[in-house]
Design a protein around this ligand. Structure first.
Ligand code: AMP
Length: 225
């Protein structure tokens, strides 16, 4: 990853169920490699906040914990990776989430002359996910992620980094979490075999402490901590 990133455009895909730690690890990888972090969930939340047409379409679907259509997601992703900061590579978090998205991504990467994507799969225990997701709090200002059970901020409700207000995502309520996990099982889990059969999958134990997961991730990407 370290040497390849400067010569060939590399796509790194973070794959795993909601709450597996993809967003947290993406931030650590970005710090190390300086590649843009492309979270389709974050992009959609920006559209929601800005009240765009796309945001209005996506809002009820996201509130139910279902997946937004491939057409909307692919349009958004293709526009984003055509920008200049993506020339050397990018880190996908929460994309692709369906076989249709993965197949389309393959075509797009081929067209760009990009190398094969590398896929980091975060294996986690499903029972732990609900606890993780319901305890998740995100800084409204800088996006830092906490967990009230396992990684609480120093001051209740405030970010350690910049004092920003910590928010609970509306789709981190228990009934929506159940639907998001069901959508993952139905539509996203088949991607594990899809990428494994292509020899692109690297599995990481997502149940370890975040710092230990980061060390493993960096080792897999060919870096020492
Ligand atoms: P996330 O922040 O990745 O958990 O995404 C939040 C929500 O945005 C998901 O529950 C979906 O409704 C939607 N979403 C994000 N990424 C995708 C994607 N690649 N395909 C379809 N829907 C997505």
């Amino acid at each position: 990853m370290a040497s390849g990133a400067s010569t060939v455009c590399r796509a790194l895909i973070l794959l795993g169920p909601p709450g597996a730690g993809k967003g947290t690890q993406a931030k650590a990888i970005v710090q190390r490699f300086g590649l843009p972090h492309l979270s389709t969930g974050d992009m959609l939340r920006e559209h929601l906040a800005a009240g765009t047409e796309l945001g209005k379409l996506a809002q009820p679907i996201m509130a139910r914990g279902e997946l937004v259509s491939d057409e909307i997601i692919l349009g958004m992703v293709e526009e984003r990776i055509s920008r200049v900061d993506c020339a050397a590579g990018f880190i996908f978090d929460g994309f692709p989430r369906t076989l249709g998205q993965a197949e389309r991504l393959e075509e797009v990467l081929k067209r760009r002359g990009a190398g094969e994507p590398m896929v980091l799969y975060f294996a986690v225990d499903y029972d732990a996910l609900t606890r993780r997701l319901s305890g998740r709090r995100t800084c409204q200002t800088c996006g830092a992620i906490y967990n009230v059970h396992d990684r609480p901020p120093k001051t209740d409700g405030r970010c350690d980094v910049d004092g920003g207000e910590l928010m609970t995502r509306p789709d981190d309520r228990e009934e929506v979490i159940r639907e998001r996990l069901a959508a993952y099982d139905r539509q996203t889990k088949p991607l594990v075999e899809y990428y494994r059969s292509r020899g692109a999958l690297r599995e990481v134990d997502g149940m370890a402490a975040p710092g230990d997961v980061t060390r493993k991730v960096l080792a897999v990407l060919g870096e020492r901590d």
